[in-house]
Design a protein around this ligand. Structure first.
Ligand SMILES: [Zn+2]
Length: 500
């Protein structure tokens, strides 16, 4: 079932609901509801009292006859239980390990404290975005270890503890009669996950357990409702982090260096890449075996993760250069800002990619006409953006990905199409034209040449100059990705909130 990723309560199977909070970044978690007759089990409350009030109001509006008698907290992160106090009469269930961490928890008071505190940027941002006032921790009234079966009306809900994965007390909530699984934070979709007190090896094992369950509709702790293909991809991510962490640790790299040097090819679409610091730190902690580096020490490093190697040149200086020579690039830059076709470029901020290359004005002067030609050349805009997105993805450039998500949407790529670019040419959703294009990009990455079959498919569809331009396009955007990744060009703030 295709569940739209929009704020609110969605019926994902008969009498089974997910409450989704896009975009799923820090603190924006999902909840679940399993109903039978007038009884219901709620899976998780939300980060704050007001957000949880919205959740309960949505339930009340859709299902006025239902009483939530049982609440399950999937783990001890605040975004899954700090709204518990709004269900004073419900039985609250968590694993014993999660409950132990909830009892010792005091972070909500830090977040609610007034005034400026020396906290990492992500935490500062959460203090701005969320209203942490009025939280009174309402702890679990019932705990368990291993497995627990609940009965709600005529339905069975299975709680399966798989601790020490994301945290030490993680619980899966399986609804066998609906083929639905609520994973809590054992699954993140659309963003990098976070390893807190858990361990990556156990998390990979938890993915295998999930893949073995009879559940085709899977609600992650953060992000849209998915199926098992996304769990497999998530498992690959964890494996890649573990492999990279082990080799970086062996090579004597610091956690920060390891995070910055992680090859993101295949995972450019994931938001919150700074979380690599926490995840690789967890691998290091396991390898060190002495509890270091601690999570708080890692949090301090988050702000340093995306510090540029080569800072964008002051906009005023580059603006002059760009205006003087950009020519055809103007309309691309205008589109990026959502501006119209007319009017001078002055007043638009200069994208960081140009502001960084602008350190070498002559290079920028020669590159700009090539980019302009490729962006307004012979390849139809939709095909061009599809090829660039796949190139960005294969080249591990979140910057290039983010820019071309916006440009692609402007020339007709749909949300679902953009979302399946990471899956590559073999995804069944593509038509033959798109598949040929994506395959060409992949072959240029993997073999630096087109296969006979792809060449023939391309020349059957396009004139030879168009094929030449496609080859130049892919090569150029690989080169740009190399510059973006190596200089660590920061994603432009005006694009930071754009859907990934
Ligand atoms: Zn969470």
């Amino acid at each position: 079932m295709d569940v739209p990723y929009s704020l609110g309560l969605h019926e994902i199977a008969p009498d089974t609901y997910a409450y989704l909070q896009p975009d799923g970044s820090w603190g924006l978690s999902n909840a679940g509801l399993i109903v039978s007759g007038d009884e219901a089990v709620l899976v998780d409350t939300l980060f704050t009292v007001p957000l949880t009030r919205d959740l309960l109001a949505a339930v009340d509006e859709a299902l006025p006859h239902v009483t939530i008698g049982t609440l399950v907290n999937s783990h001890n992160d605040g975004d899954h239980w700090w709204g518990n106090q709004l269900l004073p009469d419900a039985e609250i269930i968590a694993s014993e390990a999660a409950a132990a961490d909830m009892r010792g928890e005091h972070l909500h008071a830090v977040l609610a404290a007034p005034g400026d505190l020396p906290l990492p940027r992500v935490v500062q941002r959460m203090r701005k975005v969320f209203d942490f006032s009025g939280i009174t921790p309402n702890l679990p009234s019932r705990t368990f270890s291993g497995e627990l079966e609940l009965t709600v009306g005529r339905r069975t809900v299975r709680l399966i503890e798989v601790g020490y994965a994301h945290t030490r007390g993680d619980v899966l909530v399986h609804v066998p009669d609906a083929g639905v699984l609520f994973t809590g934070d054992l699954l993140f979709i659309g963003g990098h996950p976070v390893v807190h007190s858990g361990r990556i090896g156990n998390w990979i094992a938890a993915c295998d357990l999930i893949l073995g369950l009879d559940a085709e509709t899977i609600v992650p702790g953060h992000g849209p409702v998915v199926g098992k293909a996304e769990v497999r991809r998530f498992r690959t991510y964890l494996e890649r982090v573990r492999e990279h962490g082990v080799s970086a640790h062996g090579a004597g790299l610091s956690v920060l260096e390891a995070a910055r040097e992680m090859d993101l090819a295949g995972f450019t679409d994931l938001a919150d890449p700074e979380r690599l610091v926490l995840n690789l730190g967890a691998v290091y902690r396991e390898l060190n075996g002495d509890g270091t580096p601690g999570e708080l020490d890692l949090m301090v490093l988050l702000d340093e993760f995306d510090e540029p190697r080569l800072a964008p040149r002051p906009a005023a200086k580059v603006a002059g250069d760009v205006l003087a020579l950009a020519g055809g690039l103007e309309s691309t830059v205008r589109q990026l800002f959502g501006g119209g076709d007319a009017g001078p470029l002055e007043g638009f901020p200069v994208p960081n990619v140009l502001a960084v290359i602008g350190h070498h004005p002559d290079l920028l002067a020669h590159l700009a006409p090539l980019l302009a030609q490729l962006n307004q050349g012979l390849i139809p805009p939709r095909a061009r953006e599809l090829a660039i997105l796949r190139t960005a993805h294969r080249s591990g450039s979140p910057y290039e990905w983010r820019h071309h998500v916006r440009l692609g949407a402007l020339v007709g790529l749909t949300g679902p199409e953009i979302a399946r670019v990471p899956a590559g040419p073999d995804h069944p959703g593509w038509n033959e034209d798109d598949r040929t294009l994506l395959r060409a990009v992949d072959e240029l990455h993997d073999a630096h040449a087109l296969s006979t079959g792809t060449w023939q498919a391309l020349v059957a569809r396009h004139r030879e100059p168009q094929v030449l331009e496609l080859l130049a396009l892919v090569g150029t955007y690989r080169m740009i990705a190399g510059i973006l990744n190596s200089c660590r060009v920061p994603i432009d703030p005006w694009l930071a909130g754009a859907a990934a």
